[in-house]
Design a binder for this molecule. Sequence first.
Ligand code: SF4
Ligand code: SF4
Ligand code: SF4
Length: 334
Amino acid sequence: MGQLSGPTDPTVDAHWEHNHPRQGFFTDTSICIGCKACEVACKEWNHNPRDGNLELLGSSYDNTGALGASTWRHVAFVEQGQERIAEARESGRALVNLGMPRIGPPSEPDPLDLSEVDTTPPDTPDFRWLMSSDVCKHCTHAGCLDVCPTGALFRTEFGTVVVQDDVCNGCGTCVAGCPFGVIERRSDGTAAVAAQREEQHAEHPAVPNVGVAQKCTLCYDRLLTDETPACAKACPTTSIKFGDHEDMVQTARERVAELHAKGLTEARLYGANELDGVGGTGSVFLLLDEPEVYGLPPDPRVPTADLPRMYRRAGVAVAGMLAAAAVAFLGGRA
Ligand code: SF4
Ligand code: SF4
Ligand code: SF4
Protein backbone atom coordinates (compact mmCIF):
# COMPACT_ATOMS: atom_id res chain seq x y z
CA MET A 1 0.00 0.00 0.00
CA GLY A 2 1.44 3.40 -0.94
CA GLN A 3 1.65 6.42 1.24
CA LEU A 4 -1.60 8.40 1.46
CA SER A 5 -0.24 11.85 2.33
CA GLY A 6 2.95 13.86 2.81
CA PRO A 7 6.13 14.14 0.71
CA THR A 8 7.03 11.01 -1.27
CA ASP A 9 8.40 9.86 -4.60
CA PRO A 10 5.25 8.56 -6.33
CA THR A 11 7.15 6.23 -8.71
CA VAL A 12 8.94 4.46 -5.87
CA ASP A 13 5.68 4.45 -3.92
CA ALA A 14 4.10 2.63 -6.88
CA HIS A 15 6.89 0.00 -6.70
CA TRP A 16 8.48 0.68 -10.08
CA GLU A 17 11.90 -0.95 -10.00
CA HIS A 18 13.60 1.08 -12.74
CA ASN A 19 13.48 4.61 -11.50
CA HIS A 20 12.93 7.30 -14.14
CA PRO A 21 13.13 10.86 -12.86
CA ARG A 22 9.59 12.15 -12.27
CA GLN A 23 8.38 14.14 -15.29
CA GLY A 24 6.10 17.16 -15.18
CA PHE A 25 5.03 20.53 -16.50
CA PHE A 26 5.73 24.09 -15.48
CA THR A 27 3.02 26.27 -17.01
CA ASP A 28 4.07 29.92 -16.82
CA THR A 29 0.82 31.83 -17.33
CA SER A 30 2.69 35.18 -17.39
CA ILE A 31 3.80 34.49 -20.97
CA CYS A 32 0.70 32.72 -22.29
CA ILE A 33 -0.88 34.58 -25.23
CA GLY A 34 -4.08 32.52 -25.32
CA CYS A 35 -3.48 31.15 -28.82
CA LYS A 36 -4.87 27.74 -27.77
CA ALA A 37 -2.30 25.87 -29.86
CA CYS A 38 -1.87 23.56 -26.85
CA GLU A 39 -5.60 22.74 -26.76
CA VAL A 40 -5.63 21.99 -30.46
CA ALA A 41 -2.40 19.94 -30.40
CA CYS A 42 -3.79 17.82 -27.55
CA LYS A 43 -7.06 17.17 -29.39
CA GLU A 44 -5.22 16.29 -32.56
CA TRP A 45 -2.61 13.99 -31.03
CA ASN A 46 -5.12 12.10 -28.89
CA HIS A 47 -7.93 12.02 -31.50
CA ASN A 48 -10.28 13.59 -28.97
CA PRO A 49 -13.72 14.61 -30.23
CA ARG A 50 -15.09 18.12 -30.07
CA ASP A 51 -17.19 18.98 -27.01
CA GLY A 52 -19.94 20.57 -29.02
CA ASN A 53 -20.83 21.96 -32.37
CA LEU A 54 -19.14 25.37 -32.57
CA GLU A 55 -21.37 26.80 -29.82
CA LEU A 56 -20.40 30.21 -28.41
CA LEU A 57 -20.58 30.34 -24.60
CA GLY A 58 -21.28 34.07 -24.58
CA SER A 59 -19.40 34.59 -21.30
CA SER A 60 -15.86 35.06 -22.62
CA TYR A 61 -13.78 34.86 -25.77
CA ASP A 62 -12.93 31.35 -24.49
CA ASN A 63 -15.56 29.07 -25.90
CA THR A 64 -14.17 25.78 -24.58
CA GLY A 65 -15.29 26.55 -21.02
CA ALA A 66 -13.51 23.95 -18.92
CA LEU A 67 -11.41 20.80 -18.82
CA GLY A 68 -13.46 17.71 -19.60
CA ALA A 69 -13.48 14.18 -20.94
CA SER A 70 -12.67 15.43 -24.44
CA THR A 71 -10.69 18.57 -23.51
CA TRP A 72 -7.50 17.58 -21.70
CA ARG A 73 -5.91 21.05 -22.02
CA HIS A 74 -8.04 24.11 -21.49
CA VAL A 75 -6.92 27.73 -21.87
CA ALA A 76 -8.95 30.01 -19.62
CA PHE A 77 -9.36 33.74 -20.42
CA VAL A 78 -9.99 35.95 -17.38
CA GLU A 79 -10.67 39.67 -17.87
CA GLN A 80 -9.54 42.00 -15.05
CA GLY A 81 -9.73 45.72 -14.27
CA GLN A 82 -7.22 47.95 -12.46
CA GLU A 83 -8.70 47.45 -8.99
CA ARG A 84 -8.45 43.65 -9.19
CA ILE A 85 -4.89 43.85 -10.53
CA ALA A 86 -3.88 46.02 -7.56
CA GLU A 87 -5.49 43.51 -5.17
CA ALA A 88 -3.62 40.64 -6.84
CA ARG A 89 -0.33 42.54 -6.42
CA GLU A 90 -1.06 43.12 -2.77
CA SER A 91 -1.99 39.51 -2.00
CA GLY A 92 1.04 38.24 -3.92
CA ARG A 93 3.43 40.58 -2.08
CA ALA A 94 2.70 38.67 1.13
CA LEU A 95 4.29 35.61 -0.49
CA VAL A 96 7.70 37.32 -1.01
CA ASN A 97 10.60 35.88 0.98
CA LEU A 98 11.15 38.57 3.62
CA GLY A 99 14.66 37.37 4.42
CA MET A 100 14.10 36.76 8.14
CA PRO A 101 17.34 36.99 10.22
CA ARG A 102 19.05 33.62 10.65
CA ILE A 103 21.15 32.28 13.50
CA GLY A 104 24.56 30.88 12.53
CA PRO A 105 27.54 31.78 10.32
CA PRO A 106 26.91 33.99 7.26
CA SER A 107 25.98 31.91 4.22
CA GLU A 108 25.93 32.46 0.44
CA PRO A 109 23.29 35.03 -0.61
CA ASP A 110 19.98 33.33 -1.48
CA PRO A 111 19.07 34.25 -5.10
CA LEU A 112 15.40 34.02 -4.15
CA ASP A 113 15.77 36.41 -1.18
CA LEU A 114 14.26 39.72 -2.37
CA SER A 115 14.56 41.57 0.95
CA GLU A 116 17.16 43.96 -0.53
CA VAL A 117 15.38 44.42 -3.86
CA ASP A 118 13.13 47.37 -4.71
CA THR A 119 9.85 45.68 -5.62
CA THR A 120 7.91 48.88 -6.28
CA PRO A 121 5.28 47.85 -8.83
CA PRO A 122 5.37 49.26 -12.34
CA ASP A 123 2.33 51.20 -13.52
CA THR A 124 -0.83 49.21 -12.90
CA PRO A 125 -2.63 48.81 -16.26
CA ASP A 126 -6.33 49.70 -16.59
CA PHE A 127 -7.10 46.27 -17.91
CA ARG A 128 -5.55 42.87 -18.59
CA TRP A 129 -6.37 39.38 -19.74
CA LEU A 130 -5.16 36.45 -17.66
CA MET A 131 -4.60 33.46 -19.88
CA SER A 132 -3.83 30.11 -18.37
CA SER A 133 -3.53 26.65 -19.88
CA ASP A 134 -4.92 24.17 -17.35
CA VAL A 135 -4.35 20.41 -17.38
CA CYS A 136 -4.43 17.31 -15.14
CA LYS A 137 -2.16 17.94 -12.15
CA HIS A 138 -0.66 14.41 -12.08
CA CYS A 139 -0.83 14.69 -8.29
CA THR A 140 1.73 13.15 -5.94
CA HIS A 141 -1.24 11.69 -4.04
CA ALA A 142 -3.85 11.25 -6.76
CA GLY A 143 -7.43 10.91 -5.51
CA CYS A 144 -8.60 9.48 -8.85
CA LEU A 145 -6.06 6.66 -8.68
CA ASP A 146 -6.54 5.95 -4.97
CA VAL A 147 -10.28 5.34 -5.30
CA CYS A 148 -10.44 3.50 -8.65
CA PRO A 149 -11.84 0.02 -7.88
CA THR A 150 -10.70 -1.67 -11.11
CA GLY A 151 -7.08 -0.56 -11.37
CA ALA A 152 -7.89 1.26 -14.63
CA LEU A 153 -5.89 4.23 -13.36
CA PHE A 154 -2.22 3.59 -12.74
CA ARG A 155 0.99 5.43 -11.86
CA THR A 156 3.51 5.30 -14.69
CA GLU A 157 7.27 4.94 -14.41
CA PHE A 158 7.44 8.72 -15.07
CA GLY A 159 5.36 9.48 -11.96
CA THR A 160 2.31 10.46 -14.03
CA VAL A 161 -1.28 9.15 -13.75
CA VAL A 162 -2.91 7.41 -16.73
CA VAL A 163 -6.31 5.77 -17.43
CA GLN A 164 -6.44 2.44 -19.28
CA ASP A 165 -9.52 2.83 -21.48
CA ASP A 166 -10.04 -0.92 -21.84
CA VAL A 167 -10.02 -1.57 -18.07
CA CYS A 168 -12.23 1.35 -16.94
CA ASN A 169 -15.81 0.17 -16.29
CA GLY A 170 -17.21 3.72 -16.22
CA CYS A 171 -18.25 3.62 -12.55
CA GLY A 172 -17.21 7.28 -12.11
CA THR A 173 -15.67 6.86 -8.63
CA CYS A 174 -12.53 8.69 -9.82
CA VAL A 175 -14.63 11.71 -10.82
CA ALA A 176 -15.60 12.24 -7.17
CA GLY A 177 -12.04 11.44 -6.01
CA CYS A 178 -10.30 14.23 -7.95
CA PRO A 179 -10.06 17.43 -5.88
CA PHE A 180 -9.50 19.50 -9.05
CA GLY A 181 -12.54 18.36 -11.05
CA VAL A 182 -10.27 17.19 -13.87
CA ILE A 183 -11.30 13.64 -14.72
CA GLU A 184 -14.68 13.05 -16.33
CA ARG A 185 -16.60 10.25 -18.04
CA ARG A 186 -17.09 10.88 -21.73
CA SER A 187 -20.81 11.19 -22.20
CA ASP A 188 -21.05 12.67 -25.67
CA GLY A 189 -19.09 14.80 -28.11
CA THR A 190 -18.88 15.36 -31.80
CA ALA A 191 -16.27 13.55 -33.79
CA ALA A 192 -16.81 15.80 -36.82
CA VAL A 193 -18.10 19.35 -36.78
CA ALA A 194 -21.23 20.30 -38.68
CA ALA A 195 -20.63 23.84 -39.92
CA GLN A 196 -23.84 23.98 -41.92
CA ARG A 197 -27.27 23.74 -40.30
CA GLU A 198 -28.36 20.86 -42.56
CA GLU A 199 -25.23 18.88 -41.63
CA GLN A 200 -26.09 18.94 -37.93
CA HIS A 201 -28.55 16.08 -38.26
CA ALA A 202 -26.35 14.08 -40.59
CA GLU A 203 -24.70 10.87 -39.44
CA HIS A 204 -21.31 11.45 -37.81
CA PRO A 205 -18.46 9.07 -37.01
CA ALA A 206 -18.88 7.29 -33.67
CA VAL A 207 -17.31 9.04 -30.66
CA PRO A 208 -14.68 6.78 -29.08
CA ASN A 209 -14.66 5.73 -25.40
CA VAL A 210 -18.16 6.91 -24.51
CA GLY A 211 -18.81 6.13 -20.82
CA VAL A 212 -15.09 5.79 -20.05
CA ALA A 213 -13.19 8.13 -17.66
CA GLN A 214 -10.87 10.35 -19.65
CA LYS A 215 -8.12 12.88 -18.90
CA CYS A 216 -4.60 13.97 -19.90
CA THR A 217 -2.11 11.10 -20.03
CA LEU A 218 0.84 13.51 -20.01
CA CYS A 219 1.31 11.99 -23.47
CA TYR A 220 2.46 8.65 -22.02
CA ASP A 221 2.78 7.27 -25.56
CA ARG A 222 5.15 10.10 -26.48
CA LEU A 223 7.19 9.85 -23.26
CA LEU A 224 7.83 6.18 -24.01
CA THR A 225 9.63 7.23 -27.20
CA ASP A 226 11.40 10.14 -25.52
CA GLU A 227 9.26 12.80 -27.18
CA THR A 228 7.93 16.03 -25.69
CA PRO A 229 4.17 16.08 -24.94
CA ALA A 230 2.20 17.51 -27.86
CA CYS A 231 0.88 20.56 -25.97
CA ALA A 232 4.34 21.64 -24.78
CA LYS A 233 5.78 21.09 -28.23
CA ALA A 234 3.08 23.26 -29.86
CA CYS A 235 3.27 26.17 -27.40
CA PRO A 236 4.90 29.07 -29.30
CA THR A 237 5.85 31.11 -26.21
CA THR A 238 7.29 28.30 -24.04
CA SER A 239 4.53 29.02 -21.53
CA ILE A 240 4.25 25.22 -21.19
CA LYS A 241 7.61 23.79 -20.16
CA PHE A 242 8.17 20.07 -19.80
CA GLY A 243 10.97 18.16 -18.09
CA ASP A 244 12.18 16.59 -14.86
CA HIS A 245 9.76 17.60 -12.13
CA GLU A 246 12.56 18.81 -9.87
CA ASP A 247 13.90 21.14 -12.58
CA MET A 248 10.40 22.40 -13.33
CA VAL A 249 9.83 23.37 -9.69
CA GLN A 250 13.21 25.11 -9.51
CA THR A 251 12.56 27.01 -12.78
CA ALA A 252 9.15 28.03 -11.47
CA ARG A 253 10.64 29.36 -8.21
CA GLU A 254 13.26 31.37 -10.08
CA ARG A 255 10.65 32.84 -12.42
CA VAL A 256 8.49 33.98 -9.50
CA ALA A 257 11.53 35.66 -7.92
CA GLU A 258 12.34 37.34 -11.26
CA LEU A 259 8.80 38.73 -11.61
CA HIS A 260 8.69 39.89 -8.00
CA ALA A 261 12.02 41.68 -8.48
CA LYS A 262 10.36 43.62 -11.34
CA GLY A 263 7.51 44.64 -9.06
CA LEU A 264 5.07 42.09 -10.50
CA THR A 265 4.28 40.82 -7.03
CA GLU A 266 1.04 39.17 -8.18
CA ALA A 267 3.11 36.16 -9.37
CA ARG A 268 2.78 33.06 -7.21
CA LEU A 269 3.23 29.29 -7.51
CA TYR A 270 0.51 26.67 -7.54
CA GLY A 271 1.24 22.99 -6.91
CA ALA A 272 4.90 23.40 -5.91
CA ASN A 273 4.44 22.73 -2.19
CA GLU A 274 4.96 19.05 -1.34
CA LEU A 275 3.37 19.66 2.06
CA ASP A 276 0.01 20.65 0.59
CA GLY A 277 -3.08 18.39 0.65
CA VAL A 278 -2.04 16.40 -2.44
CA GLY A 279 1.72 16.25 -1.75
CA GLY A 280 2.35 18.79 -4.53
CA THR A 281 1.52 18.28 -8.17
CA GLY A 282 3.40 17.03 -11.21
CA SER A 283 1.99 20.00 -13.17
CA VAL A 284 3.22 23.19 -11.50
CA PHE A 285 1.79 26.62 -12.39
CA LEU A 286 2.82 30.24 -12.08
CA LEU A 287 -0.37 32.26 -11.57
CA LEU A 288 -0.91 36.03 -11.58
CA ASP A 289 -3.78 36.06 -9.09
CA GLU A 290 -5.45 33.84 -6.50
CA PRO A 291 -6.09 30.25 -7.69
CA GLU A 292 -9.87 30.76 -7.40
CA VAL A 293 -9.70 33.41 -10.14
CA TYR A 294 -8.60 30.64 -12.52
CA GLY A 295 -11.16 28.16 -11.17
CA LEU A 296 -8.54 26.25 -9.18
CA PRO A 297 -9.13 25.10 -5.58
CA PRO A 298 -6.97 27.17 -3.16
CA ASP A 299 -6.30 24.28 -0.80
CA PRO A 300 -6.79 20.94 -2.63
CA ARG A 301 -6.83 17.82 -0.48
CA VAL A 302 -6.82 14.20 -1.60
CA PRO A 303 -9.88 12.48 -0.03
CA THR A 304 -7.87 9.41 1.01
CA ALA A 305 -5.53 11.48 3.22
CA ASP A 306 -8.08 11.17 6.01
CA LEU A 307 -8.42 7.38 5.75
CA PRO A 308 -5.92 6.44 8.54
CA ARG A 309 -7.65 8.81 10.97
CA MET A 310 -11.08 7.51 9.94
CA TYR A 311 -9.96 3.87 10.38
CA ARG A 312 -8.46 4.68 13.80
CA ARG A 313 -11.73 6.25 14.93
CA ALA A 314 -13.75 3.35 13.53
CA GLY A 315 -11.41 0.96 15.39
CA VAL A 316 -11.95 2.80 18.68
CA ALA A 317 -15.74 2.76 18.10
CA VAL A 318 -15.72 -1.00 17.36
CA ALA A 319 -13.58 -1.69 20.46
CA GLY A 320 -16.02 0.37 22.55
CA MET A 321 -19.02 -1.54 21.20
CA LEU A 322 -17.34 -4.92 21.82
CA ALA A 323 -16.48 -3.87 25.38
CA ALA A 324 -20.07 -2.70 25.98
CA ALA A 325 -21.43 -5.98 24.56
CA ALA A 326 -19.06 -7.99 26.77
CA VAL A 327 -20.09 -6.04 29.89
CA ALA A 328 -23.78 -6.51 29.02
CA PHE A 329 -23.27 -10.25 28.43
CA LEU A 330 -21.30 -10.82 31.65
CA GLY A 331 -23.70 -8.61 33.63
CA GLY A 332 -26.67 -10.64 32.33
CA ARG A 333 -25.11 -13.91 33.52
CA ALA A 334 -24.36 -12.60 37.06
S1 SF4 B 1 -5.70 16.24 -10.99
FE1 SF4 B 1 -7.39 14.81 -10.60
S2 SF4 B 1 -7.37 13.48 -12.39
FE2 SF4 B 1 -5.36 14.49 -12.34
S3 SF4 B 1 -4.03 13.07 -11.14
FE3 SF4 B 1 -4.87 14.59 -9.69
S4 SF4 B 1 -6.70 13.52 -8.86
FE4 SF4 B 1 -6.16 12.46 -10.78
S1 SF4 C 1 0.42 16.07 -22.14
FE1 SF4 C 1 -0.55 15.20 -24.00
S2 SF4 C 1 -2.52 14.44 -23.23
FE2 SF4 C 1 -1.78 15.89 -21.68
S3 SF4 C 1 -2.62 17.88 -22.24
FE3 SF4 C 1 -0.62 17.76 -23.22
S4 SF4 C 1 -1.04 16.96 -25.27
FE4 SF4 C 1 -2.84 16.54 -24.02
S1 SF4 D 1 0.03 27.19 -26.72
FE1 SF4 D 1 1.16 28.27 -25.11
S2 SF4 D 1 0.76 30.45 -25.47
FE2 SF4 D 1 -0.76 29.32 -26.66
S3 SF4 D 1 -2.53 29.15 -25.26
FE3 SF4 D 1 -1.33 27.30 -24.94
S4 SF4 D 1 0.02 27.79 -23.22
FE4 SF4 D 1 -0.78 29.76 -24.01
